[in-house]
Design a protein around this ligand. Structure first.
Ligand code: B12
Length: 429
């Protein structure tokens, strides 16, 4: 085939695949309601602003430009308390980790912020430094672990790449070898995949590296497809939005229609309550991925999104209020005896967090205690009965439905069923 014919064929394949990830017509009300729900979250000034929510809104076709602008200001305040105009604003972390810094840089790109300033270049340098430190901790042969995790390491590379910055090849190589040698979660595989696709499109790198990136993209895709469940999710339903973002970014996905149909079914069922997951889903509903942040121009945007009136409060049925009985077990292996074991009664529909609060209120000789830390996914359970991971200790409180079903939601989102046994286990990760 002559070069023109080949180019035409490639274009057709590419064009057809782009269409494959498109959301079927008739779903615009669903897409709009996800946008509206995210927009509503931006109005709650008592909640820490979430950069992922902003990214979701910016990648949407419909905007509420004034609300997005106000949220951007809050994000900047929370991230850079030193330049904050509201001294009361509290930041998540004294010093942001790789992931938060990366998200902040993505936020600035999505806002078309001018990075050719001292502040802009300092942020880029800071992220490069973070990635360098992460790389040093991984060490030779990838024997060690990054300071944070490979999800955040990938996010860091993606953020630099989306800003058109060259990433140190050693940093890239560490991710390539981790992707090849380690079993990463589907979320991490997808985030690494997005970073590889972005790097592969840049013009800075040697043909050898570009070839390796191409192989890694194929591997990541295979692993994600192999992780498909009978219901059509990749990994689980909460990793699927990012997995599909990656498929969209690769632009060659026969699997897209089925994946999109699964996401729409879950959306209809109300599976996507968590703000972070919702914010990763919204770009997919617009046939976009985080890579599209690179080409955001902040021009001619449709300023058409409104929050609308508050939804009516759910009427609680009067009279007999149904309750749920939950068995709460706390274990700290290798000890066999539980640190805590109790049956608790909570109103029907209570979250696991409500169950923990009920247990705490109960008091008694060996009272239940717990601590949480606010994160972009909601409250993370960090300490139970005074036990928490020490600095640098790779352990966490794993949440299971006894005996060994890993919960796919956190304490604030998970609603235990009646007579269910919840096991909290202090476990390595
Ligand atoms: C790495 C990771 C972990 C690591 C975090 C440790 C570390 N320092 O790296 C570990 C193994 C501890 C972990 C634990 C859990 N995780 Co996790 N985790 C992730 C992952 C892959 C990346 C998180 C990250 O670094 N984000 C980037 C940074 C910038 O954001 P951040 O808010 O600062 O990150 C912190 C939080 O994400 C927090 N965190 C991690 N997982 C979870 C889960 C929940 C529910 C909460 C509230 C916080 C939280 O740890 C991060 C580092 O401090 C995400 C994937 C994703 N799509 O987000 C899943 C993810 C968030 N985890 C998930 C789940 C379900 C859990 C667990 C509840 C599993 C369980 N049954 O025990 C537990 C949390 C239990 C608890 N104690 O509250 C789900 C949440 C789904 C949902 N419905 O919201 C995700 C989306 C994965 C998935 N597809 O199932 N996780």
């Amino acid at each position: 085939m002559d070069p023109t014919g080949l180019r035409l064929l490639l274009f057709c394949i590419l064009f057809a695949s782009v269409q494959l990830c498109e959301i079927p017509a008739g779903n615009s009300h669903r897409i709009r309601s996800v946008s509206t729900e995210l927009l509503k979250l931006t109005e709650d000034a008592s909640e820490e602003p979430n950069p992922s929510v902003y990214l979701g809104l910016r990648l949407s076709d419909d905007h509420s430009l004034e609300k997005e602008r106000q949220y951007l200001e809050r994000l900047k305040d929370a991230f850079q308390p030193s330049v904050s105009t509201t001294p009361s604003a509290v930041s998540y972390h004294e010093e942001p980790g790789t992931g938060r810094l990366a998200l902040h840089l993505l936020v600035l790109r999505a806002a078309c912020h001018n990075m050719e300033t001292l502040e802009g270049s300092q942020l880029v340098t800071q992220l490069k430094l973070h990635l360098h430190k992460e790389k040093e901790r991984i060490g030779h042969e990838g024997m060690g672990h990054p300071i944070t995790n490979y999800y955040q390491y990938s996010l860091g590379i993606l953020a630099l790449c989306v800003h058109g910055k060259k990433v140190d090849e050693h940093v890239i190589h560490k991710l390539l070898s981790a992707e090849e040698r380690t079993k990463l979660s589907v979320d991490t595989e997808a985030m690494a995949g997005l970073a590889f696709v972005c790097l592969g499109k840049a013009t800075f790198y040697t043909p050898e590296l570009v070839a390796k990136l191409g192989q890694a993209i194929q591997r990541a895709k295979q692993k994600i497809l192999q992780a498909q469940t009978p219901e059509g999710a990749f990994g689980n339903i909460y990793s699927s939005p990012l997995a599909v973002q990656f498929l969209i970014a690769t632009g060659m996905s026969q699997e897209c229609p089925e994946a999109v149909a699964t996401l729409l079914r879950s959306l209809e069922r109300g599976d996507f309550q968590n703000a972070l997951i919702k914010s990763q889903l919204l770009p997919v509903l617009q046939d976009k991925s985080y890579l599209d942040i690179a080409s955001t121009e902040c021009r001619d945007e449709r300023d058409s999104l409104t929050v609308g009136p508050p939804s009516p409060e759910l009427e609680l049925p009067t009279g007999r209020r149904e309750s749920t009985l939950v068995k709460l077990i706390v274990k700290r292996p290798p000890r066999h005896l539980p640190l805590y074991l109790h049956f608790l009664t909570v109103p029907r529909g209570s979250s696991l967090l409500d169950v923990l609060k009920t247990a705490e209120k109960l008091g008694g000789a060996k009272p239940f205690t717990f601590e949480t830390q606010n994160t972009l996914s909601g409250p993370l359970l960090t300490a139970v009965m005074g036990v928490k991971a020490q600095e640098g200790e790779r352990k966490y409180w794993k949440i299971l439905r006894a005996p060994n079903t890993l919960l796919e939601q956190g304490i604030a989102d998970y609603i235990p069923q009646d007579k269910e046994s919840i096991l909290l286990k202090f476990f390595p990760w």
